[in-house]
Write a protein of this length. Sequence first.
Lengths: 387, 387
Amino acid sequence: MNNFNFNNPTELLFGKGKVKKVGKKVKEYGSKVLVVTGGGSVKRIGLYDKVIASLEENNLEIYELSGIEPNPRVSSVRDGVKLCKENDIDLVLAVGGGSTIDASKAIAGAVFYDGDAWDLFAKGIIIEKALPVGTILTLAATGSEMNPNFVVSNLETEEKMGAGSPLLYPKFSILDPVNTFTVPKEHTVYGIIDIAAHVFEQYFSHTESTPIQDRWAEGILVTLKEESMKVLANPEDYNARANIMLAGTMALNGLISIGKETDWASHGIEHAVSAVYDIPHGGGLAIIFPNWMKYVLDQGTDKFVQYSTRVWDVDPTGKSDKEVALEGIEKTREWFNKMGAPSSLADYDIGNDKLEVMAEKATAKGTRGSYKVLDKDDVVEIYKMSL
Amino acid sequence: MNNFNFNNPTELLFGKGKVKKVGKKVKEYGSKVLVVTGGGSVKRIGLYDKVIASLEENNLEIYELSGIEPNPRVSSVRDGVKLCKENDIDLVLAVGGGSTIDASKAIAGAVFYDGDAWDLFAKGIIIEKALPVGTILTLAATGSEMNPNFVVSNLETEEKMGAGSPLLYPKFSILDPVNTFTVPKEHTVYGIIDIAAHVFEQYFSHTESTPIQDRWAEGILVTLKEESMKVLANPEDYNARANIMLAGTMALNGLISIGKETDWASHGIEHAVSAVYDIPHGGGLAIIFPNWMKYVLDQGTDKFVQYSTRVWDVDPTGKSDKEVALEGIEKTREWFNKMGAPSSLADYDIGNDKLEVMAEKATAKGTRGSYKVLDKDDVVEIYKMSL
């Protein structure tokens, strides 16, 4: 195991009816709250009314920023910063999915910075002071509800960049699985694939002797495998929604990567695809990840054998390590397909004409990954496998 | 899954050489530190000198309280409180095992209370304000390094009582596995059994649909099973020591019990034994726990079948659920014995003359446990099974 530091101060309030607590939690941080929302689903499911009622019960002064985009834009962040400054906001409350939470973190992190909000990304400005952020999660996917990171897009510069600060761990996150009952099938599936992909990026690693981290990662994956079928059969299966929601949070709150080298190549390789073709991130990951697995397999089959046998119950009897590994990878693909996710770029009508452009984009800042260090040519190969 | 709240703000600094960071960490909280130590092993292994060097490097004013007992006494806590008050201490730094950490928490929690420190336990006084606590762990066992609880004994009243406060999560805990290399075999084993017992108390539960919590608990248990053999073969196996240390911390930091009913009967049943006969807690648990398992089995074999098959790889083919469950329980006992732990009270020369007295003590505050609710007669039965 490698040396590590770990500190995650986010408070989780998890379960049915927990939204009622929001007013009391916000009040711990002051009297003026900026409520940040996305496209309107929080109103359709009645969540918005419950949030406002709890805030009003606690005599909080409510300001609002709605319409945060699926890939949150820095222009929205600027709007939020303006609202915070003008109204002396005490806490930013995100009500929505990962994008709404990410935008809220960016707002909270940019309020006390004198320059433009985009500098936090483009110039990598260290955030010295931030407003507290609270969240009410409505989609199991990004894990942003319990980590200090956020991603924002800039349409003018055509860039999508990430930033982070220990100051931006949400102070509290309210996770009521009921709020995910109405998430459409497609977004439920892409959320599950995103969660699985987060686990993969941390699981496949050359760091030796990390049995707890490995088994915890496998525990999340097996849970996703089993609960995904239940939630697709019955979108209002409370326990299935709860277990997937918890999986999303635990997959990216820093726990399963303690003391390990991680990879994150597939995320970068996919981002280049969705940047050029505007396909859903979860759909892109479903296509790319199994091919990444096959491509990096020559760097060590042990971890893949472990994956195949423990997560997919592959029987290794009479098979070579490589055969066992490939069987697990195949089962991963089958699972994605069973959930309705695509298996090749062709499913999105993407041909081979921009592979170089995407690979260039994916490796613009240098090589990708660590399980196998990938250069531009490697990325092109993975795209070719994905056609 | 049940509703839950979770919040654990302790920062972990884990790995070889992390002790060097202590001065810098303490300095974040002030300039005057009370260093609390136990019986002298921290000096023998050279850890004490490293700690003092780092504190001095950071120009900290150092005060000391040494000689904390294996079952820390309230008299030591009172001494610590006095030192803190007289010298206007900013942070209490525990350097040692669970007892030293528990005493340090009690000191930090009692400093701002006007009455006697024992009131925190006997009167259940709510701690409104506390000094920050930091820890440097030297024994993998209690998990006190990442939770807000502590247990203290009062020789005058012959009581051993626990207390806790969210204010007393250690601000930071430094875990260097090297500091556990010289822990004697017996204490290493009892620590491992204590950790496993903590997991059992949270794992065996009637709460339905907690797959992540279950698999994480099983991950810790399998890790203990595997790494215990390595560390007994080679006490200086860094990775084995590291994995056991991490297991101890993760077993009792609140994570594996989120959303679950827990039990804790066996701990109460054992405490009564070690209170009357002064045997080691870990040794008592090794005797009691497998018998508790057998005794509660009639309340539901499913969880035990899961335990047997996932943790002990019991092959269920052609066996009844009860047979599978009993095989896993037997393997638990065999593991404890293989590590050198006792299997019956007779191993400590304890006969049947005080079973009633102990059972009375164990149930003085009412029934015990939840997997099966145990009254005094049930506890007597478990003691009889343990003779």
